[in-house]
Design a protein around this ligand. Structure first.
Ligand code: ZN
Length: 374
């Protein structure tokens, strides 16, 4: 038997792997940081064996409430990911599984590889409506890619959409596939109407370095990008610096920042209610966006979510707060679960790439509901 995580997005440290009933593992911290929770590794040589895999440092992971009611995902082909029996007890996250094949992958959520993102961008730029803009390079030397979709014209709304500021939140990339696929569908009347009104500035992966390194939350320098928006720098957070610079040049009428939440078993949005210049217009647009999303996609709901910031108490280093305040426009964080949705569960896969993709496609309807009033 062997445990390996030496691949794109992999993260695990193997302490013991001599006997299938006693495999002991630890998750590595993000480089230069104390965050950890993302794991992704391969087990070989255990076909038909009753395996017990224990992640022994789960108690000090970043979000321990994320382990309650959580089930890890597994895959043989890295295409179809299913949930496997998982328990969290006495600070240990335990996975019990009998692999059907000699090779099986386990992960915190269905991974989304660097290569898949590159292939997706390659596919997208074949469309005449898409322009690729490489904003610059990350600290590990990767390209920071942006897709500009639609024709910039006077009076058109500028809608910014981005995913993976937090690299462990891979559901955001699956969401992005669904969103962009539908936006580019020439037979979709809503997408066509939306592109008459708006131009989209899309960053499919805000944190390519953290994604490739198998991080939960930070980039190559250990910076949490969603706390860098007030004062980003080329030294520690070039990803935010480059995107923010361009936002200031072009302007923003709506920003959708896509994430996943470790603990809450719901899809929800977090708004910018706590910014100094919050107003009725922003509140109304945000409400209409959420209601439209809920109407077309029952996996999304508006009852459960984060507590709403009190007036003036927003953390201005967070992307959506910074943008809503700076550009006086709606800016929302969309959160998807690592677990499953309570009201619309699908126990075999839990929240999944497939469902994330559908929610991404539904985002088109929700933006169409507000675009003309932005
Ligand atoms: Zn996040």
């Amino acid at each position: 038997m062997h445990i390996n995580s030496s691949f794109d997005g992999g993260n695990i440290r193997c302490l013991k792997c001599e006997h299938p009933s006693d495999i002991e593992l630890e998750i590595n911290k993000d480089h230069n940081s104390d965050f950890y929770q993302w794991f992704y590794f391969r087990l070989t040589g255990a076909e038909g064996l009753d395996c017990t895999l224990k992640i022994s440092n789960a108690a000090n992971a970043s979000y321990t409430s994320g382990w309650e009611g959580y089930h890890a995902v597994a895959s043989y082909d890295k295409e179809y990911w299913f949930r496997v029996p998982t328990t969290y007890k006495d600070g240990v996250l335990q996975i019990d599984h009998i692999p059907e094949y000699q090779s099986v992958y386990y992960a915190y959520f269905a991974p989304y590889s660097t290569e898949r993102c590159a292939d997706f961008i390659g596919w997208a730029i074949n469309d005449d409506k898409v322009q690729l803009n490489t904003l610059g390079q990350t600290l590990d030397g990767q390209d920071l890619d942006q897709l500009i979709i639609g024709t910039p014209e006077e009076g058109k709304k500028k809608i910014w959409v981005q995913a993976r500021q937090h690299p462990g939140e891979t559901m955001a990339s699956w969401w992005m596939e669904g969103f962009v696929l539908r936006l580019l569908d020439d037979n979709d009347p809503v997408s066509r109407a939306l592109l008459e009104q708006a131009v989209f500035y899309i960053v499919p992966n805000m944190n390519p370095d953290g994604s490739r390194r198998g991080h939960l939350r930070t980039n190559a320098a250990g910076a949490n990008l969603n706390r860098e928006w007030l004062e980003p720098s080329m030294k520690s957070s070039p990803e935010v610096y480059l995107v923010r610079e361009q936002m200031h040049q072009i302007g923003v009428d709506f920003c959708l920042d896509v994430h996943g939440d470790e603990a809450l078993p719901y899809n929800f949005i977090a708004g910018a209610e706590g910014i100094p210049d919050w107003n009725d217009n922003l509140a109304q647009l945000q409400q209409r966006f959420a209601e439209a999303l809920m109407q077309v996609n029952p996996d999304f709901q508006m009852e459960k979510g984060y507590s709403i910031d009190k007036p003036g108490e927003a953390n201005m280093t967070v992307c959506t707060n910074y943008i809503a305040q700076t550009f006086n426009c709606p800016a929302v964080t969309l959160e998807m679960p690592f677990k499953d949705t309570v009201e619309t569960p699908q126990p075999i896969q839990g929240w999944s790439p497939e469902r994330s993709t559908k929610l991404g496609a539904s985002g088109i309807d929700a933006l169409y509901a507000v675009a003309s009033d932005l």
